[in-house]
Design a protein. Structure first.
Length: 506
């Protein structure tokens, strides 16, 4: 990497191979478009003329892109000083951006396959705020330079994170974890996307009718129900394959480490490598997340509840908060304890059950969600067509048992407790979440009680925090128990409210 400076010896430039990266990426895009463009032009110019035009256009486009990136490289410089990190870029309008080092919360390294081949990485320095101006991106620098910046900018006094738990490797990839990938909601979503993609591509090619006729021929002698189920099975199979591929790309080479000085580092990725860091000083707890399919298989994943992990628009899909993918639940619990430096995981503490009235609320909501569409179909069926009467019957027969089962499961999932220095809340059925939040991380409480909750003697208490999702709620607790839970979790924070009402059950 060049250390050529623009304004002084501390300034550095991006790696000069950035021009080569841009040229190669543009060449790949051009190569993908060259064949259809050549075919389209050949009818008017002939193949020789079409190829000549496409080659000339490709050369011009690649040259312009490389020239533009060369100017960007020449006009971009950065430095990591003792107090601030500065980035200057621009030709006519120079843009100067600066971050105070004490505000830096993350230094993440990513590298797509081309960058990996060239020994480069993209460095993203963030403060954890939502604004796009809260992050600096150095794209690209040498891998060694990226590692240097990560260590230097995340360096804190080693005394900030002390405890009996080990440093070094906390968890590493076990290929058997891949069995949980098809159990997530990604599989049916990817299956639907695959079916939609086939239809869209066939439409672009003007062959959608032929594709539909071909599929209809395959199932011509098959009963309608079996044909529908067969197509759904094919889409689901495609979704399973996609989910396995997505999991492999995201979690291959996974490793969770605790570095000296108190930084948790997650490294993962098959084609695109990622290195994500979470300072333990910013850690406020963990969230044990169990999507329904994963939970039925006895597995869970671990997310960090930490300040400074809010993502701007460019990084929201990067899973910066996930410390551990779906693994067997006992392992997830043990890793959660290791991450928190606790002898036992707070997420495994026995929870206080919520009153039966909370179960009634979930049953009523679930039945309403099923019966309202059924009643609408019955009404329309009586007015328009008897077919809707049969669909209403089908929805009722299939939907009511499922709705009741999910409502009962949602009630069983409710719970809250205090475990050492943590408050623990659990809720959800399609996505059950058991959050252990450090009491010192609570900055306020929100108490909600609707008209129907008041009649049932229930309320919901929400711990607000600057970390994670910002709010963790114990839903539909007994009114007196919920207020007592909040008051005991953070003594003194809720007392003005209790004194104002005069009675915790009001």
């Amino acid at each position: 990497m060049s250390t050529d400076t623009g304004d002084g010896p501390d300034w550095r430039r991006l790696h000069p191979r950035t021009v080569l990266v841009s040229a190669l990426v543009t060449a790949g895009v051009v190569a993908g478009a060259a064949v259809p463009v050549t075919v389209a032009l050949s009818g008017r110019l002939g193949y020789a003329g079409a190829i000549a035009r496409v080659v000339a256009g490709a050369a011009l486009l690649i040259g312009c892109t490389a020239a533009g990136d060369y100017i960007r490289w020449r006009r971009t410089r950065y430095r990591a000083g003792p107090e601030r990190v500065d980035l200057h870029t621009g030709l006519l309008l120079v843009k100067r951006r600066s971050l105070a080092r004490e505000r830096i919360r993350s230094v993440d390294l990513t590298a797509h396959p081309l960058l990996r081949v060239l020994g480069l990485v993209t460095v993203r320095i963030g403060t954890g705020e939502q604004s796009g101006e809260s992050a600096l991106e150095l794209d690209p620098v040498a891998r060694a330079e990226g590692e240097r910046l990560r260590r230097e900018l995340l360096d804190r006094s080693a005394g900030e994170a002390a405890g009996p738990h080990r440093e070094g490797k906390l968890a590493a990839l076990d290929i058997r974890w891949i069995r949980y990938a098809p159990l997530s909601f990604a599989a049916p979503m990817l299956g639907g996307a695959a079916a939609g993609g086939v239809m869209q591509i066939s439409d672009w090619a003007g062959a959608q009718a032929e594709v539909i006729d071909w599929v209809a021929d395959r199932f011509r002698d098959t009963p309608l129900v079996q044909a529908v189920l067969g197509l759904l099975a094919l889409a689901l199979a495609a979704g399973v394959v996609g989910a396995l591929g997505l999991w492999t790309e995201m979690w291959w080479n996974y490793r969770l480490e605790r570095e000296p000085g108190g930084t948790l580092r997650v490294r993962r990725g098959l084609l695109t490598s990622r290195s994500l860091s979470v300072e333990e000083a910013r850690l406020r707890g963990v969230d044990l997340v169990e999507p329904l399919g994963v939970r039925l298989a006895g597995a869970a994943r671990v997310d960090a509840i930490a300040t400074g992990l809010a993502q701007d628009e460019e990084a929201r899909g990067a899973d910066h908060h996930t410390l551990l993918p779906a693994v067997p639940r006992p392992l997830a619990q043990s890793i959660a304890a290791e991450v928190l430096r606790e002898p036992a995981p707070p997420t495994g503490a026995p929870l206080t059950a919520h009153p039966p009235a909370a179960r009634g609320r979930r049953l009523r909501r679930a039945l309403t969600a099923v019966l309202v569409p059924v009643l609408v179909q019955l009404l329309l069926g009586a007015l328009l067509t008897p077919v809707l009467l049969w669909t209403a019957l089908g929805c009722a027969v299939a939907g009511l048992p499922l709705a009741v089962a999910l409502a009962l499961d949602a009630y069983r999932s409710l719970g809250h407790t205090l475990s050492g220095g943590y408050l623990v809340t659990r809720s959800g059925t399609l996505r059950r979440s058991t959050a252990a939040l450090r009491r010192t991380g609570v900055i306020g409480w929100t108490v909600r009680q609707s008209f129907f909750q008041r009649r049932a003697g229930l309320l919901s208490v929400t711990a607000t925090t600057a970390a994670g999702g910002g709010a963790y709620t114990a839903y539909d607790t007994d009114a007196s128990e919920g207020l007592a839970f909040a008051s005991e979790a953070v003594p003194g924070l809720l007392e003005p409210f209790l004194e104002r009402t005069g009675h915790p059950g009001r």
